[in-house]
Design a protein around this ligand. Structure first.
Ligand SMILES: [Zn+2]
Ligand SMILES: [Zn+2]
Length: 252
């Protein structure tokens, strides 16, 4: 049911350096863009033709790109949550790709605030899109050749979700948005968002820690990590975290 040897690229986009992840099935070219919130032209140029300023580990097409994937076909846009840095430029991607956009309905209101939130940081995003498909807690979502399990993990936002890409021949990949970071957790003090540290910690304890320790974690900001490493060492929610010592994370 899972994908074999998926190809995962990521870009840090926008003023908040948010991680947009691009997941491709090598066999079919089916591609899902996760959190396409910023720098849409850059994303489109790379996805469509390996042109322009590529992923952050590269400044242009690698010589082996073409041999792996003849062409990519974007089959969906999916969001972990609706903060503007993750979702603000979704309308631009929807103009380019005739696909559906997936978001948890508890973040619908937050999505309507994207322009005013962006303004607080001094820049503009388009009129917000309305999600086409609701993410559902516990659902196994098959999109093209890619299969995700949807984990609803409120606490950073009401509708925050983690997306587990099921992989047949290697560790799963978990796209966590701002729920969990390497050594930290998402902020719970942002306005109009429904943040709550107790809820966030419970989401992580009950839904993320039971996952396989080698699961690769792609946070919305900062470096990659794994479930096992964070469970052991995370000072906010890890096994040795003191109760209540830390109550808020670092990133929006
Ligand atoms: Zn963020
Ligand atoms: Zn956020």
């Amino acid at each position: 049911m899972g994908v074999s040897k998926p190809w995962v690229e990521y870009f840090f986009v926008g003023v908040l350096q948010m991680r947009c992840s691009i997941v491709t099935d090598r066999a079919t070219g089916d591609t899902v863009i996760i959190d396409g919130g910023g720098e849409p032209e850059r994303l489109i140029d790379w996805v469509d033709g390996f042109a322009g300023n590529g992923p952050d580990w590269s400044n242009g097409p690698r010589s082996d790109n073409g041999s792996y994937i003849p062409s990519r076909k974007v089959v969906a846009l999916v969001n972990t949550h609706a903060h503007f840095d993750h979702s603000g430029h979704i309308p631009d991607l929807l103009n380019r790709y005739d696909v559906q956009w997936y978001l948890h309905p508890d973040d619908t209101y937050l999505q309507t605030l994207a322009p005013s939130s962006a303004q607080r940081y001094g820049f503009e995003v388009p009129e917000p899109a309305v999600a086409d498909v609701d993410l559902v807690a516990g659902e196994i979502l098959e999109i093209g050749a890619l299969t995700f399990e949807i984990l609803h993990t409120p606490g950073h936002t009401l509708g925050g979700c983690c997306l587990r890409l099921i992989v047949d021949d290697g560790p799963d990949h978990l796209f966590v948005g701002d729920t969990l970071f390497a050594g930290s957790v998402g902020r719970t003090d942002l306005p109009d968002t429904g943040g709550d540290f107790t809820v966030l910690a419970q989401s992580i304890h009950t839904q993320l820690w039971p996952l396989a320790p080698d699961t690769i974690v792609y946070p919305g900001h900062g470096p990659l990590t794994t479930i096992g490493h964070e469970k052991q060492t995370n000072p906010f929610v890890g096994d040795d975290a003191g109760a209540g010592i830390y109550s808020r994370g670092r990133y929006a």
